[in-house]
Ligand binder design. Sequence first.
Ligand SMILES: Nc1ncnc2c1ncn2[C@@H]1O[C@H](COP(=O)(O)OP(=O)(O)OP(=O)(O)O)[C@@H](O)[C@H]1O
Ligand SMILES: O=C(O)[C@H](O)COP(=O)(O)O
Length: 543
Amino acid sequence: MKKEKKFEKKVFYKGPKLSRNFNPIFQEMIRCSQSQILSLSPKKSSLSLLPALHDCTQLLPMASVAATTFPSMARPAARGIVAGAAASTVPLPRAGVASPCPTARSLGFAARGTDPRLAIHVSSRRRAASASAGSRLARAVATMAKKSVGDLAAADLEGKRVLLRADLNVPLDASQNITDDTRVRAAIPTIKHLIGNGAKVILCSHLGRPKGITPKFSLAPLVPRLSELLGIQVQKADDVIGPEVEKSVSVLPNGSVLLLENVRFYKEEEKNDPEFAKKLASLADLYVNDAFGTAHRAHASTEGVTNYLKPSVAGFLLQKELDYLVGAVSNPKRPFAAIVGGSKVSSKIGVIESLLEKCDILLLGGGMIFTFYKAQGFPVGASLVEDDKLELATSLLAKAKEKGVSLMLPTDVILADKFAPEANCQVVSASAIPDGWMGLDIGPDSVAAFSSALETTQTVIWNGPMGVFEFEKFAVGTEAIAKKLAELSGKGVTTIIGGKDSVAAVEKVGVANVMSHISTGDGASLELLEGKELPGVVALDEA
Ligand SMILES: Nc1ncnc2c1ncn2[C@@H]1O[C@H](COP(=O)(O)OP(=O)(O)OP(=O)(O)O)[C@@H](O)[C@H]1O
Ligand SMILES: O=C(O)[C@H](O)COP(=O)(O)O
């Protein structure tokens, strides 16, 4: 690299002809001389004069430079759709309904106010999106345009028996205490709305994966917390269907809640048995699905009952999840960055492929990066590698380039001499992993490069940790990203966190309450990000 006065105009490289095979050289060049690289000419055409260098921008931290220095590489926002969405309104709970209870940590229901473009009804997105008919995006958004519980008038609810499917699948300790009540708190706004309008709520959920009636999976431990959050005594049925439950429902006063027993105590639930669904539906007059975390399951209580209950509508939590994981991701404020981590590339292929269609910057971390390194010919030591996914990694890199997405891989990693919390560690360049060592976190240079790339963004979605964050020594990269996203949230950037480990990381760092949206779904949010339709959503009435 020759030092020149006019760095902002050109960068000269002296050395072997650059190609992908010379990535280690280029990587080292960036590591040592980042300020010089940062001064590449802002014309994309100058990159094309250096085709090999251009290749590298798709693979290395140059991508962050490209994102900031070459805004033309970022694809323009879908302005028509955004404008349509901005003009629409949020369906608010009706007057006289108690506001959601204060929560220990914000579930982000207030975030609509911070980003007016997200204050939209699902149906308005359908109208806007249909303007770009034919695109995969338009279809995906359109199928998520569902009638909401907020669309029902007070008269539709007063005295009505409402079957409300929530996801109360919470973790319990050995003494049956709830160790994380996030999903319980997330269910409260819809329940309050229903009881505030005089409905009789028949609340139903699964807990765990029981095989038949299993006392440790009873929903009984949920009753005290639900009652506390709702400010009324929640009744509990000992069964899901049958004469005893029917009797309890028949004496329910308006504005009350009856919690059914774990719906998975019946094997018919997961089989989506029509007879079981019919019996469950017969308890109620209408159906509300607020169980986002289970919306990817076509079960009797999430899908089957909609064949017997009209209307079948979405609850507020389900709506909010769709607003962010479909709406904000499909029509993002740009630049839009996606951060994908986790253990294996194989479990994130769908997410990466889908996000490559939408984002401007893609940051990769976690165990999957070593498959990408190996695909580029780097030594990976004892790191996690999926040898049968090397071609896939190469094709994802090519796809990113083709789509003009700035894909960044970490340039340095933290290595361990064994997979253990007390392992010895060292930081090395990503291209210089010695035999016998395994990469368990991204390194400090990568954190800096990722942070500076994120600085440029207006929307960020994060799924999957950057390293083995369960071990303190290897949690630094993940926690740094969590803190960076918290900082960006404070500056008005839309930040969306999905995947149980990324959610756990932001909670551990204590910044969950500042994020725009923390998804309550795990598999469901992953499937939604992959662009899949969720059966529990598809089955609901159209808006
Ligand atoms: N470098 C690495 N080597 C091995 N394992 C890793 C590495 N980096 C992260 N992991 C592990 O990946 C796991 C998380 O991977 P996973 O794909 O399940 O992510 P997730 O998106 O948060 O989870 P999910 O979508 O299932 O909720 C963590 O347990 C973490 O320890
Ligand atoms: O925790 C979850 O992901 C949901 O409650 C769905 O549970 P399941 O994976 O057992 O269907």
